[in-house]
Design a protein around this ligand. Structure first.
Ligand SMILES: [Ca+2]
Length: 257
C-alpha cells in the first residue's frame, strides 16, 4: 500500500512539475501561419486597354513587373513593384512616352539596379532601347541597336557588384533579308557597352536568342539555320572565354528556345 502511495505521489509530481509546464510552454510559442500556396490573383495593369508582354524580375522580397499596353493611344511600357513578395503593389509608373510602339519589354535586376530593354517600333524602324533604375531615378534611355532590330532579352550575372550585363536581340538585314542574333554586354552596370556582335561567326541565319545568367557566366540559346532547317544551339559566355557552339535539338525545325 505504501508503495502504491509513493508511485501516485511520484506521478503527480511528474505531471505538476514537468508535463503541465511543458504543455503550457508549447502553447505559448507563437506559431506562424503558413502562407497559402497561391495568393489571390489581382490585376497588375490597371489600364482599360489591352495589356500584354508582361515580364518580371525579383531581388529577395522585391518584385518588379513591366508590360506594354495601349491605353494612351499607342503602346507604352508600364511598371509596378512590390516590396513584400507580391502582397501589395505600387502605383503604376509609365516608363516610356514615345510616338512609336513601345513593345517587347525585358527586365533584369541585380542587388542595386533594374535594367529594362524594349523595342521601339515605327512604320519604318525597329530599335532596341535600354534604361536603368539606380534606386533613386530612371536613366535616360539609350539606343543599343543600329538597324531593324527586335525581341530583346536581358540578364545579368549574379556576382555583385562585379556583375556582367548581357543583352541579346535579333536584327533583320534589309538587303539580304537575313536574320542575325546579336549580343552586347556591359561590365560596369550599363554605363558602357561592348559593340554589338553576332553570336555566331557563320553566314547563316540566327534568330530568337534567349539568355540566362549564373554566378559568372551567361548562357545564350538561339534558333540556327546552318543546316538548312532551324535547330537550337547554345553557347556559354564567360567573363574572358566563350565556349564552342553546342547543338541542343534533335528534330528538324525547332524554334523559339
Ligand atoms: Ca510609345
Amino acid at each position: 500500500m505504501q508503495k502504491q502511495v509513493q508511485a501516485f505521489n511520484y506521478i503527480t509530481t511528474l505531471f505538476i512539475c514537468y508535463v503541465i509546464p511543458f504543455i503550457c510552454f508549447c502553447k505559448a510559442i507563437p506559431t506562424k501561419a503558413l502562407p497559402p500556396f497561391w495568393t489571390q490573383s489581382q490585376p497588375i495593369s490597371l489600364g482599360k486597354m489591352l495589356s500584354s508582354e508582361s515580364v518580371s524580375c525579383s531581388i529577395e522580397d522585391r518584385v518588379y513587373v513591366v508590360w506594354s499596353d495601349n491605353r494612351t493611344g499607342n503602346r507604352e511600357i508600364f511598371l509596378r513593384y512590390s516590396e513584400d513578395g507580391g502582397e501589395t503593389w505600387s502605383v503604376e509608373e509609365q516608363l516610356t512616352n514615345t510616338e512609336g510602339e513601345s513593345v517587347q519589354p525585358a527586365l533584369a535586376c541585380n542587388m542595386r539596379y533594374i535594367f529594362l530593354v524594349w523595342t521601339e517600333k515605327t512604320e519604318n524602324s525597329s530599335e532596341i532601347y535600354l534604361k536603368k533604375w539606380d534606386g533613386t531615378s530612371w536613366s535616360q534611355e539609350i539606343k543599343l541597336s543600329d538597324g531593324f532590330s527586335q525581341h530583346p532579352k536581358i540578364a545579368c550575372t549574379l556576382l555583385f557588384p562585379e556583375s556582367y550585363l548581357y543583352i541579346v536581340w535579333e536584327k533583320i538585314i534589309p538587303d539580304s533579308n537575313r536574320t542575325i542574333a546579336y549580343m552586347i554586354r556591359s561590365n560596369d552596370n550599363g554605363n558602357t557597352f561592348s559593340d554589338p556582335k553576332p553570336i555566331t561567326e557563320g553566314l547563316w541565319d540566327t534568330k530568337e536568342p534567349a539568355i540566362y545568367c549564373g554566378t559568372r557566366d551567361a548562357y545564350i540559346v538561339w534558333s540556327d539555320d546552318r543546316e538548312g532547317n532551324w535547330q537550337i544551339y547554345t553557347r556559354k559566355w564567360g567573363e574572358v572565354q566563350v565556349s564552342d557552339e553546342i547543338k541542343l535539338s534533335v528534330l528538324p525545325n525547332c524554334n523559339a528556345p
